[in-house]
Design a protein around this ligand. Structure first.
Ligand code: SF4
Length: 374
């Protein structure tokens, strides 16, 4: 049952004094290191936000046809991440090799600043089209003003879009107005979804974008890994109709090995959502779906699904639990961002019967509402 009436602006919706369900609080400070660094970085940038993509006509990020905004920066560093360009909190330059026309204008811009890069035209075997390859670049240093200015000039000089920034900074008003251009589509059951990266790392910005969308009568959703302080979640919840939250892995050590951070904060936020969803009949609360992406050798083991399902069932057996099939397409992006993918040989998607087997494992632990996304 949905806790908010989306037709009403947020100011007229019934809220508890704490902004939603008053559930157990997470232990602040239980997750050190990367999480806290990125939270500090974003707290200084509350009015404006950094996003790396806006994708229209998506059918996988919530109900109906949706426009999905991808927020820059993530507190996790999952080895299988589908959007590795969204992980760094700082803007990064990208080089799209296939778009390069070999004009060397970037080289000229670098030379004017006393720097050298080399662009070399190559002819790959068995391919009639010559490809241009940036053979020697200048390392990007996000905190070096001169280096950033040089990259600005090189990117501006590139006529083909081969050199580009991976993200842009926008105001919440500008982003909302961009999103509301799709209002005619949203009237037929779609809406806006915030994804990432981790949208809850920019909570004030996210809340303001969502508030503007809801005021216009648009259904709002978020996809989050929940590795953030509970306060970030509370800031955004009143402006949401649907929360899709990941519960990827159960074991703390396995979680650190696969994502770079422990799962204490995630579990505390999951408990908050699970309790809130259970009380949604009497309190304002968005619809909650918990998801596990099935990643071979990492999350897609019977042992992991059983442990996750046991935890969810012990907190709220009626919660909607969705198993997401492995997406082999993610591997293609790793070359672009200069990272190694977690599989030398990319696995296939799971077959229907394998997906159903994982769903059966989850149901056997007492979850009543398990679905699979093939
Ligand atoms: S300016 Fe752009 S298109 Fe021209 S050589 Fe440099 S990267 Fe390639």
């Amino acid at each position: 049952m949905r806790g908010y009436d989306v037709k009403k602006p947020p100011s007229q919706r019934r809220k508890t004094s704490s902004g939603g369900f008053t559930g157990p609080r997470s232990g602040r400070g239980s997750v050190e290191g990367r999480n806290d660094q990125v939270n500090r970085w974003y707290s200084a940038k509350a009015e404006r936000g950094t996003i790396f993509d806006v994708r229209r006509f998506s059918t996988h990020d919530g109900s109906g046809i949706r426009t999905t905004v991808f927020f820059k920066g993530c507190s996790l560093n999952c080895r299988w991440c589908h959007n590795p360009e969204g992980i760094p909190t700082t803007r990064q330059p990208l080089f799209f090799e296939k778009r390069c026309i070999g004009c060397r204008l970037c080289e000229k811009a670098a030379r004017a600043a006393g720097e050298q890069i080399g662009v070399e035209r190559t002819m790959p075997a068995g391919n009639d089209e010559p490809a241009s390859v940036l053979v020697r670049g200048i390392p990007y240093r996000a905190h070096d003003t001169e280096n950033v200015a040089l990259w600005e000039r090189m990117i501006e000089s590139c006529p083909s879009g081969a050199l580009a920034w991976d993200s842009r900074t926008v105001t919440s008003a500008a982003l909302a107005s961009e999103l509301l251009r799709d209002l005619p589509f949203f009237r037929h059951g779609g809406g806006v979804t915030l994804s990432g990266g981790e949208p809850l790392l920019q909570p004030e910005f996210a809340a303001d974008v969502l508030r503007r969308c809801q005021t216009a009568g648009v259904h709002t959703a978020i996809e989050t890994a929940l590795a953030v302080p509970e306060a970030n979640l509370r800031t955004v919840l009143p402006h949401l109709d649907h929360v899709f939250a990941d519960c990827k892995m159960w074991g703390r050590a396995a979680h650190i090995a696969a994502t770079g951070v422990p799962n204490d904060r995630i579990l505390a936020n999951l408990r908050y959502l699970l309790h809130g969803a259970r009380a949604a009949g009497t309190r304002c609360f968005p619809t909650v779906t918990i998801r596990t992406p099935l990643i071979p050798q990492f999350t897609a083991t019977e042992e992991n699904i059983r442990a996750v399902a046991q935890f969810l069932a012990s907190e709220n057996p009626a919660i909607h639990y969705e198993l997401l099939n492995y997406n082999p397409l993610a591997a293609a992006k790793y070359h672009l961002v200069g990272r190694a993918y977690c599989f030398d040989e990319n696995p296939h998607k799971y077959m229907d019967d394998e997906m159903q087997h994982f769903a059966d494992v989850a149901q056997a632990e007492g979850l009543k509402n398990v679905t699979i996304d093939k």
